[in-house]
Design a protein around this ligand. Structure first.
Ligand code: 4AZ
Length: 839
C-alpha cells in the first residue's frame, strides 16, 4: 500500500489513500451494493407509505370529501304567531317601516329566547326572521338551525313537534312570567320548510310586496321571457283588502321540468309554511292548461326557486282581488231536471279551506244520475282510497285523486254532494252534470248499467266493458262464436289466445301456454324451444329472434343494424337511452317523439290538447280545407299515405295544390300553426290502388319547420322494432267522428290496441299484406275514419319516447265490429323512407 502526507489548512494532518487497481474494483463493488441497499430501502419505504396511505389515510380523506359533499345542514321551520295586545297598524305591512322593524326585532328576540329552553335548538339556532304581518295581528316567521357536518347525526331530532313544543312552552312561561310584556303570543304554528324559501324581506333581494285590486295587474319572474338565472330565490307577498281573496293566474309558465331544481311554490299564507301550501309546480304549461290559483283569505305568498343551469323563460302572472264570497260560497239546492255544478272557481284550482254542499232535488218518484266529466283532486301523500284531505262525498263515499269517469245514481229523489278542501294543496277540482231519471225505465231503449249509466243495447253482452263496471257483460249467455270466460263473461272466440286479457281474469289466455319444451311466439303459436335465437325467423313476428343476446356477429332480419354494420339482438334497441351499438348509432338521431308541454291530463272526452300530438299535421287540398293527415318526421319531411295523392284525379299529385299545417289543434285557429307549401310528393312506387299495399308517401316541404312546443318530430322505428299485439297506441286526426259524418274541427285522439296479424287477416278476409297492421278493437267503437288517412298511429315506449307504428290507411267503414282500422306498417317501409329522405 502506497501513502503520502500533506499539510491541511488547519494544520491538522489528513490522510489520503491512493488505491491500487484491485483495491479500486473491490471498493466500486461495495459502492454499488451500498447504493442498491439504499434504493431497496427507499422502495420499501415508499411501498409502506403507500400502504399506510391506502389503508389509513385514504378512507379518512374520502370521508372528509364526503363530508364536504354532504355539507352542513340548514333546518328551517316556518309558521305564524298570533299576537295579543298589539294593535294592528297598516304600517306593519311595509317591511321598510320603523313599525315593522321594531316589532320584528322584538319578536325575533322572543323566538331566540324560547329556543334557549331546549339545549339542542339553542345550540344550532342561527337566526329567526319575521317576514310579514297581517291583520289579526298575525306575524309570519321562520327560524333556521345550522347543523355542521360533524353533527349531522342530530338532524333527525329536529322535528316540527320539537320546535312547536319549545315555542309553546315559551308561550306558557310568557303567560306566567312576562305578563307585564306588551307583546303576547297566543297561537303559534311551525312547519318544516325548504331552506331556499326562507327569505328576509329586509334584505330586499328579489322580494316584492304587491297589492291586489279588482283590475288585473301582472308580475313576472326575473329575466322573463329571455330566461331566468340559476340560484334565483324570489318571493312575492300579495295582499288584498280584508273582504277580498286573491286570484293569480299564469298566462305563461315555462320553467325546468324537474321540480327538485326549479319550482314555483304558492302558499295560502305569508310564510312558506307547508301546511298552507296551495301548490308547487314546475315544467311547462300550454295556454290551454294555465295554472290559476286562489287564496282562501286576503294574503298569498309566491316563491320562485331555481337551481338548474338550464335556461327557461320563467313565468308571467296576473293577480286580481276577487270578492271573498266567490271563494267561500258554493253549493246550494239544485232543483231543475238537469244541470251542471262544479268545484269553486273550476277550471282554476279551487281555494283551500272551502266546504260546500249541493242538494239535488228532483220530482218525487224520480232518481238522480250524476256524471263527473272532469275530476282531479290529487294531493301529495294522499291515498285515493282513504281521501283524508280534500274530497267529494256522495252517498257516504269519499272520492279524491284523478278519475277518468265517475257515474253515480241516487237511491231516491234527493242527492247530497259535499265538497271539502282542507288548508293545504288544492287542484283543478271537478265538473259534473246531473239529471233526473225514471227508475222504472232508467234507460229508454238502452241498456242500464249497474251505475245507472245508459249504453246502446247492442253493447250488452258484446264482450266489451262499456258500462265501466262490467255490468253489461255479466250474466250473459254465450253464443256459439263466443268464448265463455271463467268469470261468466262472453268474448268473441277470435279473442282467445291473442295475448290480450279480454276476460279480465286471464281465462281467455290461460290455456294458450305452450308445452315445456316449446316457445310461444308473439302471435300465440307454439314452436319447439330450439328455434329460440337460432338466427332464423321461425315465429311469424320474429319474436323468437328478438330478445337474443347482443352479438355483433349475428345478424338476422330481427336484429337492429348499427351504422358500422354490427347487429344488436335486443327488442327495440333504438333510442332506448342505452348505447347498444359500439358506434352508439342506436342512440343517434333520437331528438324525436317527445312532447314538451306538461299536459292537463283532464280525462274524459277525446279532444286532443294543444301540444299533445306535436307531430300531427293537417293537409289541406286546394280550397277543400283538411283532407288528410300526416306526421312530422324531420324539419323538411312529412310522412303520409299514398292514397291521399294517388287518386283518379291527377291534381292530387300536384304539390302546389297542398298546404301543410303543423302545430294545429283547431282547424279554425291559426295561433302557433306553421303553414308550409309542399315542394315534392313522393308516393311509394309499389303503391297499389286496388289493395292499398305500400300506402305511404313522403312530402318535402318548401321551407323547414321550426320545432316548438307544439311542433316536434315523431320517432320512426327501425325495421326490427316490435309493436306487440295488445299494445295500446294512439291514433289522431281531424277525420269524421262517425262513419259518414263531417270532419272534426278539433284534433281528436283515440286509444287503440295493436291486433294480432293472424286475427286481423281473418277479419279482413285475407286482405292484409305484410306492409299492413291492424289496430283498434274487434268489438268496434273506436277507430280512425275518413279524413284521418295519412295520419300517424303512435305508441309510447318505455324509453319515454313516442314511435310511429302505422299510417292511417283503410278499413271497412269506421269503428265497426270485427272491422278494425288498417294501417301501413312503418317498420316495413322504413328503409324506403330513409333512402328517399336521407334522414
Ligand atoms: C278513410 O276513408 C278511412 N276505419 C280511414 C280509415 C278508416 C276508414 C276509412 C279505418 O280515410
Amino acid at each position: 500500500m502506497n501513502s503520502a502526507r500533506y499539510d491541511g489548512h488547519n494544520g491538522r494532518h489528513e490522510r489520503v489513500d491512493f488505491l491500487t487497481n484491485k483495491e479500486k474494483v473491490s471498493s466500486k463493488r461495495k459502492f454499488v451494493i451500498l447504493i442498491a441497499v439504499i434504493v431497496a430501502f427507499l422502495v420499501l419505504a415508499a411501498v409502506a407509505a403507500l400502504l399506510v396511505w391506502l389503508f389509513v389515510f385514504k378512507d379518512a380523506d374520502s370521508e372528509a370529501t364526503l363530508s364536504k359533499q354532504l355539507g352542513p345542514s340548514a333546518q328551517v321551520f316556518s309558521g305564524h304567531m298570533k299576537l295579543v295586545g298589539v294593535p294592528y297598524n297598516v304600517k306593519l305591512e311595509d317591511t321598510n317601516s320603523k313599525e315593522f322593524e321594531d316589532l320584528a326585532v322584538n319578536l325575533e328576540a322572543i323566538l331566540k329566547e324560547n329556543y334557549k329552553k331546549d339545549p339542542l335548538l339553542e345550540k344550532y339556532h342561527t337566526k329567526s326572521v319575521i317576514s310579514a304581518f297581517s291583520e289579526g295581528v298575525i306575524a309570519y316567521y321562520w327560524s333556521e338551525f345550522d347543523i355542521p357536518v360533524e353533527d349531522l347525526e342530530v338532524v333527525p331530532e329536529f322535528s316540527e313537534e320539537r320546535v312547536l313544543e319549545s315555542l309553546e312552552n315559551g308561550l306558557e312561561e310568557q303567560g306566567s312570567m312576562r305578563s307585564d310584556s306588551d307583546i303576547k303570543i297566543s297561537e303559534v304554528t311551525a312547519s318544516f320548510t325548504d331552506s331556499r324559501m326562507a327569505r328576509n324581506p329586509r334584505a330586499k333581494e328579489c322580494f316584492y310586496r304587491l297589492e291586489a285590486e279588482e283590475t288585473a295587474k301582472r308580475f313576472s319572474s326575473p329575466g322573463y321571457p329571455e330566461g331566468y338565472a340559476p340560484k334565483s330565490r324570489c318571493q312575492w307577498q300579495i295582499r288584498a283588502a280584508e273582504d277580498k281573496a286573491i286570484f293569480v293566474s299564469f298566462p305563461s309558465f315555462h320553467i325546468e321540468d324537474d321540480c327538485a331544481d326549479d319550482f314555483v311554490s304558492i302558499f295560502d299564507s305569508l310564510s312558506p309554511d307547508d301546511s298552507q301550501a296551495i301548490t308547487e309546480k314546475c315544467g311547462q304549461r300550454p295556454p290551454a292548461n294555465p295554472l290559476a290559483v286562489a287564496s282562501s283569505g286576503n294574503i298569498m305568498l309566491i316563491n320562485f326557486i331555481t337551481d338548474s343551469n338550464v335556461q327557461r323563460p320563467g313565468f308571467e302572472a296576473e293577480y286580481t282581488a276577487i270578492p271573498r264570497s266567490r271563494v267561500k260560497t258554493c253549493g246550494g239546492v239544485l232543483s231543475q231536471n238537469q244541470g251542471v255544478f262544479t268545484s269553486p272557481l273550476h277550471p282554476s284550482f279551487y281555494p283551500p279551506a272551502v266546504h260546500c254542499k249541493w242538494t239535488i232535488k228532483v220530482p218525487a218518484g224520480k232518481k238522480v244520475r250524476v256524471k263527473f266529466t272532469m275530476f282531479r283532486m290529487k294531493e301529495p301523500g294522499v291515498d285515493p282510497r282513504v281521501c283524508h284531505k280534500d274530497y267529494v262525498e256522495l252517498m257516504g263515499t269519499k272520492y279524491c285523486g284523478e278519475m277518468s269517469s265517475l257515474d253515480l245514481t241516487s237511491s231516491n229523489n234527493v242527492l247530497d254532494v259535499s265538497f271539502h278542501s282542507d288548508e293545504s294543496y288544492t287542484d283543478k277540482g271537478f265538473s259534473a252534470t246531473y239529471s233526473a231519471y225514471d227508475p222504472e225505465n232508467p234507460c229508454p231503449n238502452k241498456f242500464a248499467c249497474a251505475s245507472g249509466m245508459c249504453i246502446g243495447s247492442a253493447l250488452h253482452c258484446d264482450g266489451w266493458n262499456d258500462c265501466g263496471d262490467m255490468s253489461d257483460e255479466m250474466e250473459c249467455k254465450c253464443d256459439k262464436d263466443q268464448y265463455s270466460c271463467d268469470n261468466g263473461m262472453c268474448k268473441p272466440n277470435l279473442w282467445v289466445c291473442d295475448r290480450v286479457n279480454d276476460c279480465g281474469d286471464g281465462s281467455d289466455e290461460k290455456s294458450c301456454s305452450c308445452g315445456d319444451n316449446e316457445w310461444r311466439c308473439g302471435n300465440g303459436l307454439c314452436m319447439p324451444q330450439v328455434v329460440l335465437c337460432d338466427k332464423k325467423m321461425d315465429c311469424e313476428d320474429g319474436s323468437d329472434e328478438a330478445s337474443c343476446e347482443t352479438s355483433p356477429g349475428i345478424c338476422s332480419d330481427y336484429s337492429f343494424k348499427c351504422e358500422n354494420t354490427d347487429c344488436v339482438n335486443k327488442v327495440n334497441a333504438e333510442c332506448d337511452r342505452i348505447n347498444d351499438c359500439s358506434d352508439n348509432s342506436d342512440e343517434a338521431k333520437c331528438d324525436c317523439g317527445t312532447r314538451p308541454y306538461k299536459l292537463n291530463r283532464i280525462v274524459g272526452g277525446q279532444n286532443a290538447e294543444t301540444g299533445e300530438w306535436p307531430w300531427q299535421v293537417s293537409l289541406h287540398f286546394q280550397t277543400y280545407g283538411h283532407v288528410c293527415g300526416a306526421s312530422v318526421i324531420s324539419a323538411k319531411w312529412l310522412l303520409s299515405a299514398s292514397h291521399c295523392f294517388v287518386t283518379n284525379s291527377p291534381e292530387n299529385h300536384v304539390p302546389s295544390n297542398w298546404q301543410s299545417y303543423s302545430g294545429m289543434q283547431d282547424q279554425y285557429k291559426q295561433g302557433d300553426v306553421q303553414r308550409r307549401a309542399v315542394k315534392r310528393i313522393i308516393s311509394h312506387p309499389a303503391y297499389n290502388q286496388m289493395t292499398f299495399d305500400y300506402d305511404v308517401a313522403l312530402l318535402e316541404l318548401s321551407e323547414p319547420l321550426e320545432f316548438t312546443n307544439t311542433i316536434q318530430p315523431i320517432c320512426l322505428p327501425s325495421s326490427s322494432h316490435i309493436f306487440p299485439a295488445g299494445m295500446s297506441c294512439w291514433v289522431t286526426g281531424w277525420g269524421a267522428q262517425r262513419e259518414g259524418a263531417a270532419k272534426a274541427q278539433l284534433l281528436q285522439k283515440a286509444m287503440v290496441k295493436i291486433i294480432n296479424d293472424t286475427v286481423c287477416n281473418l277479419v279482413t278476409e285475407g286482405q292484409l299484406t305484410s306492409r299492413m297492421l291492424c289496430s283498434g278493437f274487434l268489438a268496434g267503437g273506436v277507430d280512425a275514419c275518413q279524413g284521418d288517412s295519412g295520419g300517424p298511429l303512435v305508441c309510447f315506449e318505455e324509453s319515454g319516447k313516442w314511435f310511429q307504428a302505422g299510417i292511417v290507411s283503410w278499413g271497412e267503414g269506421c269503428a265497426r265490429r270485427n272491422k278494425p282500422g288498417v294501417y301501413s306498417r312503418v317498420t316495413k317501409l322504413i328503409d324506403w323512407i330513409k333512402t328517399e329522405t336521407g334522414i
